[in-house]
Structure formats: C-alpha cells, structure tokens
Design a protein around this ligand. Structure first.
Ligand code: NAP
Length: 495
C-alpha cells in the first residue's frame, strides 16, 4: 500500500503541534510518562499477527527474528519506563547553602529538563527495535519530549501499524494531543524539512553514515543548531592475537563465519574487518572462514536499495589494489542478492587505502594480514572511530601487548573479549556508540536507559523555596530517588 509523502504544510503543522504538546507533556510526572510507555509496550506485545506478517513481507527478515526483535522492543519500552520512574537518570544534585563561606554559597539544585520535540529516523534493518517505537522514541518519551517519527520507506506499512498503536496508547493514557506524530517520506525533502523546523529541538537517527552526516549538517546549519544523535555504520575491527589464534583457530573461524553472515550481514555491528599476524595459524583461519562463507547461500536483503548498495560496495572493495577474494557463497547465480564474501589484503594495502576502511553493509568481511604485532599496533592507531572492537586473546596475549590493547580500547565504545560484536544486550551498562564516524556524539549510548539523557539538558535552581522546586529536588525527596546531596549519594531527605 503506497503512503504519500507528507507535504511541507503538513510538516509545519505537525511540528507546531508537537511544540504545543511539549509544554503539557514535559510537566507530566515520571510515573505518567512511564505508564504511557508501558501502554505502548503492551499494545506492541499484543499486536495483531498481521504486524509480523507485514514486517516479513516488507523486510524479508524471517518470522523468528522479527518476533524476537519485537520482544526486545517491548523490553526496551518497559525497562526504560522503569528507569524513567526510578529517576536516577535525572542525576539530581543538591548543594545546600553555606552562609559561613565568604562569599556565601547559595542553595544550588541541579536536575535535567527535556529538550523539546524530537524527530526520530529509524533504520531499515531493525523495523521494530530501532524504528517507530524503538529505543530513540522510548528515550525521548521518558525524557519528557514529544516525538515525530519519519517512517522508514523500506517498512512504511510496519511503521504505520506501530504508529497507530502508539497513538492508541497515548489516547488511552490521556497523554496531551500531538505527543506523537508519524510521517512518511520516500525522498530526503521530508527529513530535511523536519530537521530544519524551528520547533524541533533534537534528532535521533539510526542508519548509514551518509544519512546521519547529512542530517547533522542540516541541523548545524540552522539559525538555532540542534543536537543530532546519529548512530551510524561501523566496520567493528576484530583483533586476532597470536596465542589465542594458535589455540582456537577453528573455533574462532566458525564463530566469525556465523557472525559475518547472520541476518545476511545486515547489522551495524557486523565484523567487517579482521586483523591478524601472518602465520600458519592465520592461513588456516582464513581457509576455515572461507569454507564457512562459501557454505552460506546468498539470501534476499532488506530491500532493493540495500542489495544494490551491497553489490556495488562489495565489487568496489574487491577491486582495490592487493585485495584478494578468498571465498564467496557457492553457486551464487547471476544477480543473486547478499552473496557472502570474504577477502584478504596485506596491512600495507589497508593502511594506504581509505576505501577499505568503509562499511560494506552486508555479509562481507576482509582479513588484514600484518607482518608482526608492531604493524598491528600501527594499524590500530590509524583506525577511525568504531562502535565495537573485539579481541580474540588469551590473558597472556593481553598482558604482553599493553600498548596494542590500549590502542584498541581508544577507538570504540565497546570492547568484546573472545566473542563476536553482533548482538547488543539492552542493559544500563551497555555502551552502543563510539567515536566519529561511528556516531556523531560518542558521549552517549543509543542502547540502555542512559540513552534517555540525550534528550534532556541540565538546569540549576538557585535559592528557590522548597515547595516551588520540581519534586526530584525537594528536601523531602518525595520521589524516593537517588540524589547527590552535599557530595553524598543518598535517598535520604535533606535535613
Ligand atoms: P539509511 O539509508 O541511512 O536510512 C535511515 C533513514 O535515514 C531513512 O529514513 C532514510 O530515508 C534517511 N536518510 C538516509 N539518507 C538520508 C539523507 N541523505 N537525507 C535525509 N534522510 C536520509 O540507513 P538504512 O539503510 O536504513 O540502514 C543501514 C545502515 O544503518 C547501515 O549503515 C548500518 O550500519 C546502520 N545502522 C546503524 C546502527 C547503529 O546503532 N549504529 C543500527 C542499525 C543500522 P530514505 O530511506 O528516504 O532515504
């Protein structure tokens, strides 16, 4: 079913309405916001089976994967609702007045206040978890911000169905009108108009580097620039340390053959770069990995645009100087989508060629062969920001290479020991973000309830009467939340 693009007039009305809603929604209690989020979660959980069948038809993702992603999205909503209510994210701080100081210290109380309407752009590879009712939407609602979602054209029907559930939940929990809106747009005009609208105060984006960077540029060119929290692509380097590789060659190769090809490689955490030191063990690793890749049949990708981009980027990467193809899906017919591929190149070729540093979004990875650990260190020092790095290493490998390990830790937001980067657990201690170009702001996480803080800003109340303060800052601590009072973390009332 075709969904017409929103007109510029409609976008203007929607943004102005969101601004009006903001002034009511921001005043609701943490519990009211959490109840709204739980109502969305419940509706998603109990959604008609046609939601899954629509998502299957639009994305080519299998039913089991979509069901588990939907369950994850329900968990995101309920766990972020619980975090919203717990109030720790407000980071409330109180420094009571000290009159004996010269000059006297005033009574100072700091909390977070919501930014305003947030525009959310979801990614095609996560039609639930990073889309309409996904992490960014949940975080913005928890922070006290209305949300305008630009539905991803690759799953417009799924997005519309989820949007309808959110609107129902908003009505049933008596949220302000226009706390949520959903628009369609198959070109870039709709996204541009949303990002540039003066009533929009922040953007949450999950998608390609080109898309995120474009939105960030538009947001910064506004008369009033706004933050864009863009979670973009990454090649997620994997470092094979010599002792571990020697001891577990086949185990690691099998593990990575699966990780590169799961969901036709369509994960931002796909291991697109594997780095080892030339040795018999590395050659054996490449052979076994190649066998695993050859045994993976080609499969339909999310949509025609992604398949086309994969075919082009794969071809371009394989045509680079000193790059050798090791293996690809056996019996791939002409024009087949998602042909799993593994390539290899010497570190010198990788270091001098920026094309090889770019994400090839799909079931593709390249094994880079270093002459020695010094070359591996030099390579780690030259890598751009990443979402993750993985270390396949024994404790001895780690202890013997402190400079290399520090270099690996400096380029990403999450460091995985003896595992694969695919699979992101939703938890408070998760960090899903990393230095640019993996994200536009590495200080935040898009996964876990810490993501709520992205859509709020700190404010300080100086010398206010207790009854006029927001609840989280009142002496009695009526919300019962953790606060830092005169440098001590406590739930106690201020005496
Ligand atoms: P995408 O093509 O960038 O699309 C994401 C959204 O951004 C869509 O709504 C798209 O609208 C819009 N968009 C893209 N380019 C734009 C531009 N120049 N101007 C305005 N709007 C633009 O990404 P995708 O294909 O959905 O997802 C795959 C990418 O997402 C991969 O690179 C993957 O690594 C990344 N990803 C990252 C994470 C993470 O957490 N870091 C998670 C999942 C996926 P149109 O479709 O209308 O262009």
């Amino acid at each position: 079913m075709p969904y017409p693009d929103a007109s510029l007039e409609a976008i203007d009305t929607i943004c102005n309405n969101a601004w009006k809603a903001f002034h009511e929604y921001r005043l609701l209690s943490l519990k009211q916001r959490a109840d709204f989020m739980r109502a969305i979660a419940q509706k998603l959980d109990n959604a008609d089976p046609s939601l899954i069948s629509t998502a299957m038809a639009e994305t080519h993702l299998p039913e089991a994967r979509l069901r588990s992603e939907k369950a994850r999205t329900v968990f995101q909503l309920t766990s972020y609702a619980a975090a919203c209510e717990r109030g720790t994210w407000l980071d409330a701080r109180i420094d009571t007045a000290i009159t004996s100081k010269n000059p006297a210290q005033p009574d100072l109380r700091k909390t977070l206040t919501p930014l305003g309407p947030v525009v959310v752009f979801g990614a095609s590879n996560f039609p639930f978890a990073y889309s309409t009712a996904g992490g960014d939407t949940a975080c913005a609602f928890a922070a006290g911000c209305p949300v305008i979602v630009k539905g991803h054209p690759a799953h417009a029907g799924t997005s519309q169905m989820v949007a309808n559930l959110i609107l129902e939940a908003a009505r049933e929990t008596h949220m302000p009108d226009h706390v949520f809106a959903h628009v369609h747009g198959s070109g870039f005009e709709v996204g541009k108009a949303l990002v540039e609208h003066p009533r929009v105060k922040a953007v949450g984006f999950t998608g390609s580097f080109a898309g995120g960077k474009q939105l960030w540029d538009w947001a910064n060119a506004r008369p009033e620039p706004i933050p864009v929290f863009a979670e973009m692509g990454s090649i997620n380097p994997v470092f094979l340390f010599p002792e571990k590789l020697e001891k577990a060659t086949k185990e690691i190769a099998d593990m990575y053959a699966a990780s590169v090809t799961t969901s036709v490689g369509q994960f931002c955490t796909n291991p697109g770069l594997i780095i080892g030191v030339e040795s018999e063990a590395l050659s054996k690793f490449i052979d076994i990995l190649g066998e695993g890749i050859a045994a993976t049949p080609p499969a339909d990708m999310l949509h025609a645009g992604i398949a086309k981009a994969y075919a082009e980027k794969r071809k371009n990467a394989l045509s680079q100087d000193q790059v050798t193809e090791v293996a690809e899906s056996r019996n791939a017919s002409e024009g087949a989508q998602g042909i799993a591929t593994i390539a290899t190149a010497p570190a010198s070729a990788f270091l001098g060629n920026p094309v090889l540093h770019q994400e090839v979004f799909g079931p593709y990875s390249i094994v880079i062969q270093c002459r020695d650990l010094t070359e591996m260190y030099n390579l780690a020092m030259k890598l751009e920001g990443q979402l993750t790095t993985s270390l396949m290493a024994t404790d001895q490998d780690i202890q013997q290479n402190p400079a290399l390990v520090e270099a690996i830790k400096n380029i990403a937001g999450r460091f995985i020991m003896n595992g694969v980067p695919t699979g992101v657990t939703v938890a408070l201690s998760m960090q899903h973000g990393g230095p640019y170009p993996a994200t536009t702001d590495s200080r935040w996480s898009a996964v876990g309830a810490d993501g709520i803080k992205r859509f709020a800003r700190p404010v300080c109340y100086q010398n206010w009467s207790d009854y006029l303060l927001p609840d989280e800052l009142k002496n009695a601590n009526p919300l019962g939340i953790w606060r830092t009072v005169n440098d001590i973390l406590t739930k106690d009332a201020v005496q």
